[in-house]
Write a protein that binds this ligand. Structure first.
Ligand code: 13P
Length: 255
């Protein structure tokens, strides 16, 4: 697990799950299980319409509620989108940007991911920036090149001061929702490449301070060995973030 230099962040990505009532029951169930577990930050990123219910249930606890995406414009003719300013106005301080499902199903590119990241940072939000290779890229032996390129493009024109509010989630796309997990060594090696790329851009000292999570079928069974790796600073969890006991077990593994 990561050193005192970096904060461990265990975050759930609920994706398109949970009505407001379901989110309330979930938070009420998970809250006592993670109470006092302060060796990591705990975040759930919720669909826009369930954010208010999740926030109300989480009030006064160590649970933060985030969003799953944000648009890059401040306002205007962007039907269906939500701006960083709107999220801030309802007290949201974390947001996922660049999730592979957004890239795959909604045509987001490194360019728009960069714009969205900048917009969220400009509003003082913490961004969980997702990147990772697809199966064909891993099989072709170009994972390192892919993640280095994504790191550079997604963080283009982002300053070292702004980077303090960026958490990177390394999510190999072939491991998302498939039950396949990167081995702890694969996670460690690829995260080390991302960190080396950050060092190229921002210098080694700054790179050492950036929290880099692993995501992709992380669960209550494999979390401890993934989090034991020195460069794995937490997890971004999909399926297992929908079950209070499973999520709480991952938080326990991070203590
Ligand atoms: P799973 O944990 O369901 O594989 O999802 C990972 C993910 O996409 C988190 O953002």
């Amino acid at each position: 697990m990561n050193t005192a230099k970096r904060r461990t962040v265990i975050a759930g990505n609920w994706k398109m799950n949970f009505t407001p009532a379901e989110a309330t029951s979930f938070i009420n169930a998970v809250k006592p299980l993670v109470a006092g577990k302060d060796n990591c930050d705990i975040v759930f990123c919720a669909p826009y319409v369930t954010i208010a219910a999740a926030q109300a249930a989480a009030e006064g606890s160590n649970i933060h509620i985030g969003a799953e995406n944000v648009h890059f414009a401040e306002k205007g003719a962007y039907t269906g989108e939500v701006s960083a300013k709107m999220l801030r106005a309802v007290g949201v301080d974390y947001v996922i940007v660049g999730h592979s499902e957004r890239r795959q199903y909604f045509a987001e590119t490194d360019y728009t991911v960069n714009l969205r990241t900048k917009a969220a940072l400009a509003e003082g939000m913490k961004v969980i920036l997702c990147l990772g290779e697809v199966k064909e890229q891993r099989l072709a032996g170009i994972t390192n090149e892919v993640v280095a390129m994504q790191t550079k493009l997604d963080l283009a024109d982002i300053t070292a001061a702004e980077l303090k509010n960026v958490i990177i989630a390394y999510e190999p796309v072939w491991a998302i929702g498939t039950g396949l997990t990167a081995t702890p060594d694969q996670a460690e090696e690829t995260i080390a490449v991302i960190r080396a790329t950050l060092a190229e851009i921002y210098g080694e000292a700054t790179a050492e301070t950036v929290t880099i999570q692993y995501g992709g079928s992380m669960n209550e069974k494999n979390a401890a060995e993934l989090l034991a790796k020195p460069d794995v600073d937490g997890g971004l969890i999909g399926g297992a973030s929908l079950v209070p006991e499973k999520f709480a077990a991952i938080v326990d593994a991070a203590q």
